[in-house]
Design a protein around this ligand. Structure first.
Ligand code: BES
Ligand code: MN
Ligand code: MN
Length: 465
C-alpha cells in the first residue's frame, strides 16, 4: 500500500498547480462585483471533491453564496469527520502594496520558507488550507486508506460573517451529523513548533457615524464655532480606552472568563520571542492592556480596535473644510462567555451616551459571533496531537488564537460536536494583508498530517466504545 510521503512526492507538482488554479479566481465575498467569481470558485471546489473521491457532491443554494457539500461513506458504524473550510477570500486592498498581483499566484522563496511559498490572496486563508483536506482525501480514497466516513462543508461567506452557513446549518442538522468537526483555518507557532488551536475569540463589528452641521462648511468661517464631527469622533474613540488600555465601556468586562494563575503559567510556556515579534513588525515597543503579556493580550483578553476611519477631504493637496459627517468601523474581539449581541448593545448605549451636544451619533452593527474553547482531553484533540507527533516528531502545544471563526460556536450548539482546529499557517504568512502566502512545506505537511488524524480518531473512537 502506498504511503503518504511517496504519494506526496509523486503528486506534489500537481498539488501545487491545482491550488494555483484555484487561487486565480478572485472569490471576494465582500465585493458584489465579484459575484460570478465567487460562484465559479464553488463549482471548482465541487469538481475537486468529485475527483478526490466523494460519492456525492452538491452545490447547496442559500440566500447568499452556495455551500459545497460532499460526502464519502465507508461504513455507517464508523465515525464521521465533518471538514469545514471557506472558499471566499478577503479583498486584496491595498493593491499597490503587493509585490505581484493578488490573483496571479507566484512561487517565491522567503527566509521562513526556503522551499518556496505561494503568494496570492487566499493562499493561506483559506483556499490553501482547505485544499490540503481535499488532497488528503484524494490520497485516502485512491489508496484505499480512508478509515471512516467523511463530510465536507465549504462555504463562501466566512469573510463576511457566515450568514448563509448559519441558515444552512440550522436547517440541515441530520445531513451534517458527525462525530467531530475538523478545520484548517488557523495557524501554528512555527515550522518546528507545532501547535493546535484550542480557542478562538468572538467578535462584534460595528460602524459608527457622527453627524454635525447639515452640510460641509468653510473651516475658516465656521471653525471653532460648531462641533467638528471628525474632531468629536476621534475624541470619542480615544475615550474608549483608559490610561491602562482598559476598555471603558461600562459592563464590557463583566462576563470575561478569568484564567487562573496556573493556566496563565501554562500559557507562558509556549515559545515566544518578544524581540523577534517586534522585529517582524518593525516596531520598537509592544502596546496593550496593562498587566498582561503580548500572548495574553491577543488571545485571552478582549480588545477594541478601529479598523477604518474616514470623513472630510482626503484627496490631493489641501481643502479647508469641516465635514458634515465622520465615520469609523470598529471591531471588538471577545473572549468566551462574553455575549456578542450584548456587547454590541453595551457599545451602542455607551457610544450614544458620550456624544457631546451639537452632533448626532448612529451605530450600525455589522456581524459578530461567539468565542470558542475546546478541551484538550477529547478524543479529537488526542487524535490530532498524535497525528502531529508522527509528522513533526514533537507533541503539539495547545494554543488559544486571537482570530475568530464565529461559526464554530454555532456548530457546537446546532450539531453538538467539538471542533478541532488543525492550522498550518504562520503568523508571518500575512493573511488579510498584501503579499499573503502559504509555504509549500506547510501545505504538504498538512496533507501528510491530516490522514493520520482520521486514523487515530477512528482508532480512539473504537476504544472508547
Ligand atoms: N481564518 C481566519 C481566522 C483566524 C486566522 C483564526 C488565524 C485564527 C488564526 C478567518 O478567515 C477570519 O479572518 N475571520 C475573521 C472573522 C470574520 C467574521 C470576518 C476575523 O478573525 O477577522
Ligand atoms: Mn479563514
Ligand atoms: Mn480570513
Amino acid at each position: 500500500m502506498q504511503n503518504i510521503n511517496s504519494y506526496i512526492q509523486e503528486h506534489k507538482n500537481r498539488f501545487i498547480n491545482e491550488l494555483i488554479t484555484l487561487l486565480k479566481i478572485p472569490s471576494i465575498s465582500a465585493d458584489s462585483a465579484y459575484e460570478k467569481d465567487v460562484i465559479k470558485t464553488a463549482d471548482e471546489i465541487k469538481k475537486s471533491l468529485e475527483k478526490a473521491g466523494c460519492d456525492l457532491v452538491e452545490i447547496c443554494l442559500t440566500p447568499g453564496y452556495p455551500i459545497v457539500y460532499g460526502e464519502k461513506n465507508v461504513d455507517p458504524n464508523l465515525p464521521t469527520v465533518l471538514v469545514y473550510g471557506h472558499y471566499d477570500v478577503q479583498p486584496p486592498d491595498p493593491i499597490d502594496l503587493w509585490d505581484s498581483p493578488p490573483f496571479e499566484p507566484v512561487v517565491k522563496k522567503t527566509e521562513t520558507h526556503p522551499e518556496g511559498a505561494i503568494f496570492a490572496r487566499g493562499a493561506c486563508d483559506d483556499k490553501g488550507q482547505l485544499y490540503m483536506h481535499i488532497k488528503a482525501l484524494e490520497f485516502m480514497t485512491k489508496t484505499n486508506q480512508l478509515p471512516c466516513n467523511v463530510k465536507f462543508m465549504i462555504e463562501g461567506e466566512e469573510e463576511v460573517g457566515s450568514k448563509s452557513l448559519s441558515w444552512f446549518v440550522e436547517r440541515n442538522q441530520d445531513k451534517l451529523a458527525n462525530d467531530v468537526i475538523l478545520i484548517s483555518d488557523t495557524g501554528m507557532i512555527a515550522k518546528d513548533v507545532p501547535s493546535i488551536t484550542t480557542g478562538l475569540r468572538g467578535l462584534s463589528y460595528v460602524e459608527v457615524e457622527v453627524t454635525g452641521p447639515n452640510r460641509d462648511l468653510h473651516s475658516g468661517l465656521y471653525g471653532g464655532a460648531v462641533a467638528n464631527p471628525i474632531n468629536v469622533l476621534t475624541k470619542m474613540i480615544a475615550s474608549l480606552h483608559d490610561e491602562n488600555n482598559h476598555i471603558t465601556i461600562p459592563g464590557f468586562y463583566d462576563k470575561v472568563e478569568v484564567l487562573s494563575n496556573e493556566e496563565r503559567k501554562e500559557m507562558a510556556k509556549a515559545p515566544f520571542s518578544i524581540d523577534a515579534y517586534k522585529k517582524s513588525l518593525d516596531i520598537e515597543a509592544v502596546y496593550g492592556e496593562e498587566g498582561y503579556t503580548t500572548n495574553e493580550r491577543n488571545s485571552i483578553r478582549p480588545t477594541l480596535d478601529v479598523n477604518g476611519i474616514w470623513g472630510g477631504y482626503t484627496g490631493e493637496g489641501a481643502k479647508t473644510v469641516i465635514a458634515s459627517k465622520a465615520y469609523a468601523k470598529i471591531s471588538m474581539r471577545l473572549v468566551p462567555n462574553q455575549e456578542w449581541k450584548e456587547i454590541t448593545q453595551l457599545f451602542t448605549n455607551h457610544f450614544e451616551s458620550i456624544a457631546p451636544d451639537g452632533v448626532t451619533v448612529r451605530v450600525t452593527p455589522h456581524h459578530g459571533g461567539q468565542g470558542y474553547v475546546t478541551p484538550v482531553d477529547s478524543i479529537g484533540y488526542q487524535a490530532a496531537s498524535k497525528a502531529y507527533k508522527d509528522t513533526f516528531g514533537k507533541t503539539p502545544i495547545p494554543q488559544r488564537s486571537g482570530g475568530s471563526i464565529p461559526i464554530v460556536s454555532l456548530f457546537e450548539k446546532e450539531l453538538k460536536s467539538k471542533t478541532i482546529l488543525m492550522g498550518f499557517g504562520l503568523d508571518s504568512d500575512a493573511i488579510h494583508s498584501p503579499n499573503e502566502h502559504f509555504g509549500i512545506w506547510n501545505y504538504l505537511k498538512g496533507i501528510e498530517t491530516i490522514p493520520l488524524f482520521y486514523k487515530y480518531f477512528t482508532a480512539l473512537n473504537k476504544k472508547s466504545k
